[in-house]
Structures are given as structure tokens and as C-alpha cells.
Design a protein around this ligand. Structure first.
Ligand code: ARG
Length: 464
């Protein structure tokens, strides 16, 4: 019999029962549900809403249910609709009528709101941990490749000299923002909706500050209607996940390019790539491609929840039961992608010779440096730019590079050129000159590495 069977004359249609039930997916919040119920019962006992012995009996019963679910010793049923009613019926089955007192001064509306927050809160912690692990891989790669010249690109055209370390630190900065975005989300969701009841709190003398504290929230939410109808925290979380995945998909795209024969900047480890069923020579970057692909799925979750919540009148509506699967899927996807991506990066072989060759290979990525050379000799930049443009054009006709051009040719376009131009055009020199904050020069990159390392370590030591 349904917990809410009182006013009904008929059994629920079986199709409706299955349609309405969420146990198939919300069972994963069992621990949060039981923890929330323990806090609620504790508070009810303390406030004299139920007798202290009753509270104790309820709490003991809830603990046995938790242990049994964890040991896979209970069956959760669609008949009991969701995790909240499953736990409540199990409790009454086990401890008798006292179990029926647990739901005093509470509704499933505030119950699901608090369970879901606690679930998302925990998973954000886990995801931050995984992002920090990826940061370590990037720090490692950066430290080993401070002098590894890599062409920097704009429009996917080789543009100016950079280094692999500089490139890795770009991603490290994106990931740092992902961590702080997740942290912001945690800060804003640090309010406990329990006690909001169905929508308008309750007539019992409950203590919302107490349950908030017991469940590790900074304070109770301020408005009960908002408390039970708010899913902003989940939407913010999905936004943060989407941005994180966008970063991973950009990185994936570069990995895919870099291990193609056209680039060959890296080689993926055999254990982190896959073969073809027909082409014996193939080694494919499936991990990077799947991460790129799964990004779409996480965006989908964000759009799902935004659309579910759109135009819902206050307060709770059953539409909101659709909030969970998309969030769970995004969590699973992100938690799958991060470690597999870290593993792929940590084991790949960098091919510095090919990166360097691409930087030198007649693509004039030191042309800006050549113009800057003339500026240092007193010429206005726009004029220098024009002259070097002409030189580049000349080189393209003859198949030469700037650094292989004889001095006489340089001097033919400007008498400001001297023998020291060759040093100015040297790739290593070009990188070293870019020592402004944020640049690829050794000193500048070392600062970036130290900053990310301090960020990561501060979080790791706070966790211990
Ligand atoms: N399973 C429901 C959900 O996930 C719990 C809240 C149900 N509340 C209600 N009034 N039907 O949203």
C-alpha cells in the first residue's frame, strides 16, 4: 500500500506507477537521504516534537538500513516510488509504529532538496580532486618542457614561437578557473533547505539552524518557497561542468592534431590509444576523441535542466524529478573523463624535435621578432612591419627562411639591419625575449608554474 494511499479508492495503474517512480535513479542518494533523516529525527527529539527515545529508535533503525543498503541486503522497489519513501517504509517495517513519526514536520519536497544538495556537494569535492590531479600532470609536463620550442598558433596558422611548457600552463589556468568555479558553486549552495516543508515550513517548533549545522551547511535557506523550488545549484554545477568539458575538448582537439602524421608533435602511449579493425597501421587517439564527444553530452545535461526549470510556477512541481538523471550523468561523465585524460597525457611521448622543426620550417614565426629588431634600431613599428612583410614575400619566392637570408638582402631593404639580426631571429632567443608577465620565457613560465603549484597545494593540504 502507498504511504499516501489514504484518499485514494483505486490502486495506481502499473504504467503510471513505473512512470512516476524515480527509485531507479535516485537510489544513489540513499546515504544523503538517511543522513538527512538522522539529522531531522535528532532535531525533532531535541525539540520535543517527538520523544527522545523515539528519536533514538528511529536513528538506530536508519543506521541499520544504511548498513544494509551498503551491503546490498535490501531491495528498493518502484512500488515505494523514490528513495525517500523506500527508506521510510523500510524503517517502519523494521522498528514498527515509531517509524511513522519520522516524517513529522517534513515533506519530500524539502527532503529531496536537501538530499540532492548534499549529493552534488560531495561530488563537487570529488571532481575538484580529479581536476587537481590533472593539474599535477600539466605541472610535470611544463617543468620538463620549459625549453621545448613549440610554434604558437592563431587561426591554426603558425604564428609566434612559444614552448610546450607555456602551452601546458594555458590549460592549467583554465583548469584553475574550473576549480574556483566549482568552489563558487559550493559557496552559494551552502544553505540548508530542510524545514521548508512542502512549501510553507511547518507548525511544529522545529530548529532549522540545528539541522543545517548537523548536515554541515552554513545556515538554513531564507525563504521556504524558494528552498523547495530552487535548483540553481544544480544548474550552476552543470554550467561549471560544461565549461570544464569545453576546456577538455579543446585540449583533446589539440592532442588529436598533435598525434596526426601532419603534426607528429606527440605519440600517445600504446596503452592509451586504440587500433583499427581493418587498417593495420592505425593508432587512434580514441580517448581524446571520446572526451571531445562526451562534451556534447554534458552540455545536453545543462540544457535539459535549464529547460525543465523554465517557466515552472512556485513551488515544487513533479517536473523537478527530472533534475537528477542529467546531473548524475554529467557527474559520471566528468569523473570518467578526467582520470582517463590525465592518464593519456601523463604517458604520451613528446617529440621536441618535430615541434622545433615545425617552428623553424619556413613558416616565418620569427617575423614579428624581425620587425621588433628594426623597432629597437629606431624604426616605427608599422614601417618595420611593412619591410618584414616584403622580406617574407621575397623568401617565399626563393624558398628561403628569414634566418637563412644573407645580410646583403636584409640591408637591401633597410640599412638598419646588421649582423646581430641573426641572433634576434634565433628561435630560442625569440622565446627568451618574451619575458613579460604571462609570456613563454623561462622566468615567466616558471612563475606560472609556481603559481599553479601553490594553488594546487593549498587545496591539497586543506583536504588533509
Ligand atoms: N521523487 C521526488 C523528486 O525527485 C521527490 C519529491 C516528491 N514530492 C512530491 N510532492 N511528489 O522530485
Amino acid at each position: 500500500m502507498k504511504l499516501w494511499a489514504g484518499r485514494f479508492q483505486k490502486e495506481t495503474d502499473t504504467l503510471v506507477n513505473d512512470f512516476n517512480s524515480s527509485i531507479a535513479f535516485d537510489a544513489r542518494m540513499y546515504r544523503q537521504d538517511i543522513t538527512g533523516s538522522i539529522a531531522h529525527a535528532t532535531m525533532l527529539g531535541e525539540q520535543g516534537v517527538i520523544a527522545p527515545e523515539e528519536a533514538e529508535k528511529i536513528i538506530a533503525g536508519l543506521k541499520t538500513i544504511l548498513a544494509d543498503i551498503e551491503a546490498d541486503r535490501v531491495e528498493l522497489t518502484a512500488e515505494n516510488e523514490d528513495i525517500h519513501m523506500n527508506v521510510e517504509s523500510l524503517l517502519t517495517e523494521r522498528i514498527g509504529d515509531t517509524g511513522k513519526r519520522l516524517h513529522t514536520a517534513r515533506s519530500r519536497n524539502d527532503q529531496v532538496a536537501v538530499d540532492f544538495r548534499m549529493y552534488v556537494r560531495e561530488e563537487i569535492g570529488a571532481i575538484i580532486g580529479l581536476i587537481l590531479k590533472l593539474e599535477h600532470v600539466l605541472l610535470d609536463l611544463a617543468e620538463k618542457n620549459i625549453d621545448t620550442i613549440l610554434p604558437g598558433y592563431t587561426h591554426l596558422q603558425r604564428a609566434q614561437p612559444s614552448t610546450l611548457a607555456h602551452h601546458m600552463m594555458a590549460y592549467a589556468n583554465m583548469l584553475r578557473r574550473d576549480v574556483t568555479r566549482m568552489e563558487d558553486c559550493l559557496k552559494r549552495m551552502d544553505e540548508c533547505p530542510l524545514g521548508a516543508g512542502a512549501l510553507a515550513t511547518t507548525t511544529y517548533p522545529i530548529d532549522r539552524e540545528r539541522t543545517a549545522a548537523l548536515l554541515g551547511f552554513a545556515k538554513p535557506t531564507e525563504n521556504s518557497l524558494d528552498s523547495v523550488s530552487d535548483r540553481d545549484f544544480a544548474i550552476e554545477f552543470l554550467s561549471a561542468c560544461s565549461i570544464l568539458m569545453m576546456h577538455l575538448s579543446r585540449f583533446s582537439e589539440e592532442i588529436i592534431l598533435w598525434c596526426s602524421w601532419e603534426f607528429k608533435y606527440i605519440e600517445l602511449d600504446d596503452a592509451h590509444s586504440t587500433g583499427s579493425s581493418i587498417m593495420p597501421q592505425k593508432k587512434n587517439p580514441d580517448v581524446a576523441e571520446l572526451v571531445r564527444g562526451k562534451t556534447g553530452r554534458v552540455y545536453g545535461s545543462l540544457i535539459t535542466l535549464l529547460t525543465v526549470m523554465k517557466a515552472l510556477p512556485l513551488a515544487y512541481n513533479k517536473d523537478m524529478q527530472e533534475d537528477k538523471e542529467c546531473v548524475f550523468d554529467a557527474i559520471d561523465t566528468v569523473k570518467l573523463c578526467l582520470p582517463v585524460f590525465s592518464g593519456m597525457l601523463a604517458t604520451m611521448t613528446v617529440l621536441p624535435g618535430n615541434m622545433r622543426r615545425a617552428a623553424l620550417d619556413g613558416c616565418f614565426i620569427n617575423a614579428t621578432d624581425c620587425a621588433d629588431y628594426l623597432v629597437r634600431k629606431g624604426m616605427p613599428f608599422r614601417e618595420a612591419y611593412m619591410i618584414v612583410g616584403r622580406l617574407v614575400h621575397m623568401c617565399m619566392d626563393t624558398g628561403e627562411s628569414l634566418e637563412s637570408l644573407p645580410l646583403s638582402q636584409f640591408r637591401a631593404v633597410s640599412s638598419r639591419f646588421d649582423a646581430d639580426v641573426y641572433e634576434a631571429l634565433d628561435m630560442k632567443h625569440c622565446v627568451e625575449e618574451r619575458r613579460a608577465i604571462g609570456g613563454p620565457a623561462r622566468g615567466a613560465v616558471e612563475k606560472q608554474i609556481a603559481s599553479i603549484r601553490a594553488f594546487v597545494e593549498a587545496r591539497e593540504s586543506a583536504d588533509e
